[in-house]
Design a protein around this ligand. Structure first.
Ligand code: SME
Length: 159
């Protein structure tokens, strides 16, 4: 499946009134298989108490179901309001290990302006797996999901 194909599928689910969580599950399953370098693909949703909660994911179960803002790669992305592309997680001190096989990690925020709804987190067993093409693909999906999150919040939610 291509990204375009996945986005069309998601768009039609949305048009058919599919459940929000079902759309997220389909999005993560579809994204995971778009690139063989993606070994763990999931969503963390930001709650108003500034804790990220693990949502839909594909890959091995992780201990990191809740992550505070400012903790690990995921929490740092929220604290600094920016995406994180870590070529080699062995070189950073604040990494929370999901799997000892992980080498690189990408976090792309799902945001509407300064309001962060959630994030897509991807781990790869390959060093520097997230090239420009991979990042752009994940960003497009994150931007689409931001519209969905914003709609669900009635355009009013401030995380
Ligand atoms: N590595 C992340 C934790 C999430 S697991 O990778 C699924 C971090 O450092 O925040």
């Amino acid at each position: 499946m291509s990204l375009d194909c996945l986005m069309s599928k998601l768009e039609s689910m949305r048009g058919d009134g599919a459940d929000f969580d079902t759309i997220l599950e389909t999005a993560m399953e579809g994204l995971h298989v778009l690139d063989p370098r993606f070994h763990w693909t999931g969503i963390y949703e930001l709650f108003p108490d500034n804790v990220l909660h693990l949502g839909a994911f594909v890959g091995a179960p992780t201990d990191h179901v809740f992550i505070g803002v400012g903790t690990g790669v995921c929490g740092t992305a929220v604290a600094e309001k920016r995406n994180m592309n870590i070529p080699d997680v062995r070189e950073i001190s604040n990494y929370l290990a999901c799997s000892t096989s992980t080498r690189s990690e990408l976090v792309v925020l799902i945001r509407t302006g300064d309001t962060i709804h959630a994030q897509i987190d991807i781990d790869s067993h390959q060093v520097a797996a997230f090239d420009d093409a991979a990042v752009s693909m994940v960003q497009q999906l994150a931007d689409w999901l931001a519209v969905l999150y914003n709609e669900r919040a009635g355009g009013k939610r401030v995380a």
